[in-house]
Write a protein that binds this ligand. Structure first.
Ligand SMILES: Nc1ncnc2c1ncn2[C@@H]1O[C@H](COP(=O)(O)OP(=O)(O)OP(=O)(O)O)[C@@H](O)[C@H]1O
Ligand SMILES: [Mg+2]
Length: 249
């Protein structure tokens, strides 16, 4: 039997009168890449912020690695890494110094932080640029540093919020390969994107979210099979069929 690493139960979050997340439940198995897919404003980031202890839900329960986010947020923080949708880097520092800084914030000593930083930069194909200032990097390289930051402290669970948005194909492929390598080493990952073909490639299961509610949840193949011959149908088609709207509307 597979084991749930994360359980989200009936999460609700409103901003003023607007229901950003409206009764979201799912669980993520240990070692899987789980995709949260949906258009702009669907509630993906709000969900991630609640799951990663940044934002308190109005109601609902979250368990990560056996710990309750409500009662034991510190224990949850020790297990997770977060790659935020907005880049969170010090532009005037080098890639290496950024990683060392965030590693120290995560409680690593200087030597360990540097060793991990170099290893993560190598994984992301940035070893040669370790000492380069981030403000001189391309958008794709910055995204890769942002992902490397989330690996500091060797988390067991990663939240990746649109890690490939607006980047060049080389960085995109590097990020895909890194995520697959992490998964192969046993990492559990929640991945948000509005690129459906990414989710199809990377995710074992996906939840499609729209208007703060999950409207479908299954393997990409099963979702595609429900509306036609799976080799002729994309997850974009699934979204269109379920909502009557295109993803990019
Ligand atoms: N701090 C906030 N204050 C007010 N409204 C917010 C806040 N955060 C999110 N919202 C609103 O909640 C809804 C869901 O936003 P969220 O950022 O979770 O969507 P998303 O699926 O991540 O979208 P995107 O693909 O654009 O990143 C949106 O209507 C957004 O405007
Ligand atoms: Mg978002």
């Amino acid at each position: 039997m597979t084991e749930a690493y994360l359980v989200a139960q009936d999460l609700h979050k409103s901003f003023n009168e607007h229901k950003a997340v409206d009764g979201v439940s799912f669980s993520i198995e240990k070692g899987e890449i789980f995709g949260l897919l949906g258009p702009n404003g669907a509630g993906k980031t709000t969900t991630i912020r609640m799951l990663s202890t940044v934002l308190e839900p109005d109601s609902g329960d979250i368990i990560v690695g056996g710990y309750s986010v409500r009662h034991n947020a510190d224990a949850v923080r020790n297990l997770i890494g977060v790659c935020p949708q907005e880049l969170a880097l010090y532009e005037e520092l080098s890639a290496l110094d950024n990683l060392v800084f965030f590693g120290r914030m995560a409680g690593l000593n200087g030597k360990e932080a540097k060793a991990q930083a170099l290893s993560h930069l190598e994984l992301l194909g940035l070893k040669e640029r370790a000492k380069g200032r981030v403000d001189k990097f391309s958008g794709g390289m910055k995204r890769r540093v942002n992902l490397a930051v989330s690996l500091m402290g060797h988390p067991q669970f990663l939240f990746l919020d649109e890690p490939t948005v607006g980047i060049d194909p080389q960085s995109r492929n590097n990020i895909y390969e890194t995520i697959e390598a992490l998964r192969d080493k046993g990492m559990t990952i929640l991945y948000t994107t509005h690129y459906m073909e990414e989710a199809d490639r990377l995710c074992k299961r996906v939840a499609i979210i729209d208007g703060g509610r999950i409207i479908a949840l299954d393997t990409p193949l099963t979702l595609r099979s429900k509306i036609g011959p799976p080799e002729q149908v994309t997850l974009e088609d699934v979204f269109l069929r379920l909502t009557g709207r295109s993803l990019r509307d």
